[in-house]
Ligand binder design. Sequence first.
Ligand code: UN1
Length: 498
Amino acid sequence: MARPKVYNNFINGKWVKSHTGETFENINPADKTDVIGKFQKSDARDVDDAISAAAEAFKKWRLVPAPKRGEILYRVAQRLWKDKEQHSRDMTREMGKVLAETRGDVQEAIDMTFYMAGEGRRSFGQTTPSEMNNKFCMSVRQPLGVCGMITPWNFPMAIPSWKMTPALMMGNTVVIKPATDTPLSVYNLIKAMEDEGMPAGVVNMVTGSGGSVGSPLMHDKRVGCVSFTGSTEIGRKVSAACAPDFKHCHLEMGGKNCIIVMDDANIDLAVDGSLWGAFGTTGQRCTASSRIILHKKIYAKFARKFVARAKALKVGNGLNEKIQMGPAINEEQMNTVLEYMRIGKEEDGAKLLCGGGRLKGGKYNKGWFTQPTIFGDVTRKMRIFQEEIFGSVTDLIPARSYDHAIALANDCAYGLSAAIYTSNVNRAFAAMRDVYTGIFYVNAPTIGAETHMPFGGTKHTGNGHREACTQALDVFSEWKSVYVDFSNTIQRPQIDNQ
Ligand code: UN1
């Protein structure tokens, strides 16, 4: 086998080694003997270099007209489109999810980049009449400076694009720390930016661990904004790191998303949706359907069909087009999922309906494969009802009525996404109103957000911000209200005109 390629950090337009002189390996989770590449094991000195470069580049980048910044992003989007298949294969190899899904991930990055490129010619502010004569009022956005980004492994190109493209469009510069499990996809995104003429220092990538790279990045006083996607536990640390300097802080964290299936639902459609929502991306989405709340009248019928479909899922290496579910991202994550399977088996009253362990034997021994797992008769006090698992496990929860289903849906620390399957339009609208989440679906599973809609959640999922759509611009800019008085007199609002 060829020796793995060594990838460098990208700082000030150059590919450079870390000060540490050390690297870490990027391993294929479907085949741990497959080393995809070696990446720089960076530390605070590399972060410092990257922030210095970004701070310097900001002086010029903020003055580049927004439509021109947008033009670079258009070219980046076209480049990603051209290289989509290769980027998707790279992503399946480093992350494990199946090719159809990694193509979707790269597509999401393309969509986002085109969308934000278009914002170069929009990014509208307001004009409004003044209460005084001969005076003009308008609001404009201004960039924040250096934006630090800490991105996860489950959407290795889409999520970095959600953060980088609005930040860049607004005139900010970027230092990004990719997840250590999936740095190649961020490398591919950065490389496209370099090749399409992004000026030196405007985007910088530093690879390495959260402690050595993420921590100095979020604590640095020169950083004006930190955008983080990951666990609620780490999100709390990011929030605390940003607080003393009142940095903009955008957090996108856990989920325990539910699908409600009512007695009037199309059951086959709900089974299809639940299968995709629960086991797509091996359940490793913040939006995964990890609680399925079933009206008691259809519980048994749904459970029978759903379990049969889950048992039939083809699990394996995602590079094989016939495979429907890939591995867990790494050994540690697999062990967490296995631990939750154990907890579920011991919960008083929960019934294991299928799966419940690791897939072993033959090709499975090469990677971190877990069985599609369903627990039945799950109730609100159970840990598997309340805690995010981030793996191939979902719960079936019986509900007595619509009101009971809504109470169960809301009885959770998180509030990212929820769904209802029903053929009753009144119920659909009532549920849309009554479930307190950032995203809601009718007759579709909890996954599958589109880039021109705001993305984010309530409660412990987020801190009030949204990614994607124009809402993302609010994270990466500050409003400035501008008053131009052309009266040539002193005019005192609220006083002289009363
Ligand atoms: C995530 O899981 O962090 O809505 C992002 C979806 C995808 C994005 C998921 N478009 O499922």
